[in-house]
Design a protein around this ligand. Structure first.
Ligand SMILES: *Cc1c(COP(=O)(O)O)cnc(C)c1O
Length: 378
């Protein structure tokens, strides 16, 4: 938790909310989705008028994917891959039932680690409405070359929609220069936005007036407080707002964005690369002989900022690390222990200690005290 997030929320509760009451809306609350969007634009290499903060990642993906598929009619195909986050695939599946003739093609990774770039490039053709991928895959950390896929999509008139949830704040992007059309992402991973923090969406300038928000609401109206019964969308990206912003969460989020901007994405990426390289070396030295596989790309250039190591007792090792070792990885089925390297606050010695504690959990068979059934959240 960014230290200044606590003071910001306390200020909101004690001054802005309890003293100023609804006057807070005109004191700046109503502008938060736009103002914080500008900060995320700086982090992701977008123009300031190309990003807003709203809703959850899944909802934003839905809004943008539906809008894109309708704008792209009569094209009939969405392309994704099987490394994508399941929620994203559910959203895309739902669209095949909504937009007539639309079908979803899921390109398969050959090893469950690397994205099927060649297959995707082959699949993109004149029938392709949309290519929707995670920039960095949530399990393996494989990271796509946005510009390369986008260039191919462009050539065939397909649009690209990138989910940056696992890269924003750790892997630099150049949304404008790479030609990306659309993007979404969450703010509670490397951006440290806090539990349940709202997500963001990006629409390239030249596309904004061509797309209609399928969840039209008053906050996306040109005059929300005109209360006209005719929907007339705001100009620009604001039309992709729907309802009232989650002010408390937005106020808590800003501190994390400022930390990233202060540190700078290039410096964050440099440290992240060195740290995942160190994890690869520690895996080789300490874990491989103990039955762990390396479930992330070996090439640092294709790796995001997390490293997954696999073990047949992965779930129980993960539980033991969390419960008594003060190491907090995630478990991702079937066997991955995912170590998130957050360069703003992860130290090199933390990585070393985490691996040594994994060795202890395995050598002392400490995982045997834990159930084979996963808890609600892993
Ligand atoms: C974390 C994550 C999400 C989160 O979706 P929400 O709707 O915000 O819960 C979506 N997509 C990816 C790729 C993620 O990593």
């Amino acid at each position: 938790m960014p230290i200044s997030a606590q003071a910001a929320v306390e200020r909101l509760l004690t001054v802005a909310w309890s003293d100023r009451l609804i006057r807070g809306w005109n004191d700046g609350w109503i502008e938060l989705p736009i103002r914080l969007g500008e900060k995320i634009a700086r982090i992701t290499g977008a123009n300031p008028d190309e990003v807003i903060v709203a809703d959850s990642t899944s909802v934003n993906l839905y809004k943008l994917a539906v809008a894109a598929c309708i704008a792209q009619q009569p094209r009939t195909r969405i392309i994704t891959d099987d490394l994508n986050f399941p929620s994203d695939v559910y959203v895309l599946q739902s669209i095949t039932g909504l937009v007539p003739e639309m079908e979803l093609v899921v390109a398969a990774s050959t090893d469950g680690i690397s994205g099927p770039t060649d297959e995707i490039v082959q699949l993109i053709d004149e029938q392709t409405a949309l290519v929707s991928l995670s920039h960095t895959a949530f399990k393996s950390g494989f990271t796509y070359d946005i510009a390369a896929i986008t260039e191919r999509a462009r050539r065939h008139g397909a649009l690209t929609l990138w989910d940056l949830s696992h890269s924003v704040g750790s892997v630099p992007t150049d949304l404008t220069d790479s030609g990306a059309d659309l993007a979404v992402g969450c703010t509670y991973k490397y951006l440290n936005g806090g539990p349940g923090a709202p997500a963001f969406l990006f629409i390239r300038r030249g596309l904004q007036e061509r797309l209609a928000n399928p969840v039209a609401g008053w906050m996306g109206h040109g005059k929300p407080f005109g209360f006209s019964l005719e929907y007339a969308p705001a100009t620009g990206i604001k039309r992709f707002l729907t309802g009232t912003p989650a002010v408390t969460s937005l106020v808590a989020m800003e501190a994390g964005l400022d930390l990233i901007l202060d540190a700078g994405m290039m410096r964050i990426r440099k440290k992240s690369e060195e740290q995942t390289l160190l994890l690869h070396r520690l895996w080789k030295d300490r874990l491989e002989a103990r039955g762990f596989s390396f479930n992330s790309p070996a090439d640092p250039a294709r790796r995001g900022s997390h490293v997954s190591v696999g073990h047949e007792e992965g779930l129980r090792i993960d539980q033991a690390l969390i419960d008594r070792m003060n190491v907090l990885p995630d478990f991702r089925a079937p066997n991955s222990i995912r170590l998130g390297v957050a360069p703003l606050y992860t130290r090199y010695v933390d990585l070393f200690d985490a691996i040594e504690r994994m060795v202890e959990v395995v050598d002392e068979r400490l995982y045997e005290d834990y159930p084979t059934e996963p808890p609600a959240v892993t």
